[in-house]
Design a protein. Sequence first.
Length: 284
Amino acid sequence: MQDLVAEYGGALPASGDLLAWLDDFSAEHWDFRKALGVERHQVTAPSFAPARRDLVLNAAGALGFIESAPPRLTEYDHLLVLGGLARTCLQRVEHAARILADGVVVPEVTGLGSFRPLGDAEQELLPGGADYEVDALEAGFRKEFAASTSERRSSAGAVSFESWTVHRLRGRRDLRLRVLAAPSSEPGVRRANTADTYRFWAREAEVRAGARVLVVTSPIYVPFQHCDAIRTLAVPHDCQVETVGLDVSRATLPQAAGATGADRYLQEIRSAIRSMRRLQADAG
């Protein structure tokens, strides 16, 4: 982090609130979404000199944003697959199925999504039609777990940031399968975020103290989504949380162009800083 900050003309403070300082610094230098108000994948990547690009990628690797790691345990009570773009939904569900095939035992797998509308390119990846992120997760569950829907519960009315849905599915291996879209905790401002999906799932699953929860996402998002999981699951529900990134080298679908560019890593380093800061604030 020291090298990364120095590359952008700064120096880490010797005292004071380091996370607050990094939040401000990263807002100035690494927030490529701020001015545009767009989703991550809609940002036009800035150009990087080769030396700066290499430094950013080396820093991202050292900070844990690139490599995939296997689960530490062989048994968990819950496996959560986080939503995202349609491609990443399919990649993550595939990785979750592979974790089970590799011998990890878990009685329940849940996909955590939202009612984010899918773009045209995303819909092309999903035969049979799909409108929202939650549909992409369900398509992955149907493919990887030979699942079919057994029950649907949803909020009434037209889809909005307040909407929610829970789909229970039947699949092989006697797994309990579920896909959900969570409501936003700030429906007048934004759609549901990762923390909202964690909280909604915890209420639905009635998570017990001591439960072992494994979260599957993409490596670039592990630091920030793990901090959110500690803040919204581990602390309030007294459960154990582990977060792993999918192994991109084993994914059937390749990474999208630009998904691991230097700008994406800088953006997610900022996301991790902000998530750590929220965790620190909640801890008092």
